[in-house]
Design a protein around this ligand. Structure first.
Ligand code: SAH
Length: 258
């Protein structure tokens, strides 16, 4: 069951004048993996085409539902917000957004009866000036300035991913990695319990050798407080100390015999 909210219905991915049908298929796959589904093709050079189906790799439902229109104005006529993706930075008169800011702007504007569009240009020449003028703002992926032009479907993937993450964050859902499963941070009392046991253990193994224990203990506290220990980590460290105390007792030293 999929309980993740989908930006799908309201966000439209528009590909303008695509020459390689394989890129259309790859773009369909890219958006499908990120929970999007609306693809609009503006005057594609070759479509439908078996290369598109091959590269879609199972996202053929997105291809089958794709609409084909003659020009960009037609593709975005009913849209509340239109963002144009461009590989060329700062050579245009439009406000320029990062992919993250662009995704946020799109989700803010999208809603029932208010579709929004993310527009991608031709493989060789990108979007023409008159097409960029139909956009409210431009989105630039901050790529290597010496080689900033991504493959069309790769650029679609980057933006679709940002839309996905923004959608998950807005729904308060984890965005992957360990963020979703963090152990509770150790409480003050748990840390103090650990520091007490650490002090006892240092005595038991005769760490101080006659020196006053305060200075070493202060430094050790600083090290452990800097780590931001969680509950499980404190349990592990206390396990280590318990064994050290046990070994000190066995060795007949000054082990804590409580
Ligand atoms: N030589 C073309 C590059 C086209 S790449 C040009 O200079 O515009 C095909 C499309 O992928 C571009 O029109 C754009 O929509 C998207 N794209 C590629 N690299 C991008 C980048 N760094 N930032 C934003 N969009 C990018």
């Amino acid at each position: 069951m999929n309980t993740v909210p989908q930006p799908a219905a309201d966000v439209r991915i528009v590909l303008v004048g695509t020459s390689h049908p394989g890129n259309i298929g790859s773009a369909a796959r890219a958006i499908r993996t990120m929970g999007l589904e609306r693809l609009v093709l503006v005057a594609p050079e070759r479509f439908p085409h078996p290369d598109a189906v091959a590269m879609a790799a199972g996202a053929d439902d997105v291809l089958a539902a794709a609409t084909i229109v003659g020009n960009l104005a037609e593709a975005v006529a009913d849209c509340a917000l239109v963002l144009g993706c461009t590989a060329r930075s700062r050579r245009i008169q439009l406000e320029e957004l990062s992919p993250r800011a662009g995704a946020a702007r799109l989700l803010d504007a999208a809603g029932p009866g208010a579709p929004v569009a993310l527009v991608f240009g031709r493989e060789r020449t990108g979007l023409e000036n008159h097409e960029l003028q139909l956009c409210h703002a431009a989105v630039h992926i901050p790529a290597n300035p010496d080689y900033s032009s991504l493959n069309l479907a790769a650029a679609v993937q980057v933006l679709a991913y940002e839309l996905r993450v923004a959608t998950l964050e807005r729904a308060g859902l984890p965005t992957g990695g360990s963020d979703g499963h963090r152990e509770a941070p150790a409480s003050h009392a748990q840390l103090e319990g650990f520091f007490d046991q650490l002090g006892d253990t240092l005595e038991a193994i005769d760490f101080h050798k006659g020196r006053a224990p305060e200075s070493a203990l202060r430094k050790l506290r600083r090290i452990f407080l800097r780590c931001g220990l969680d509950e499980r980590e404190v349990r592990l460290l206390r396990g280590v100390l318990a064994d050290a105390q046990r070994m000190a007792r066995l060795a007949g030293g000054h082990g804590d015999t409580r």
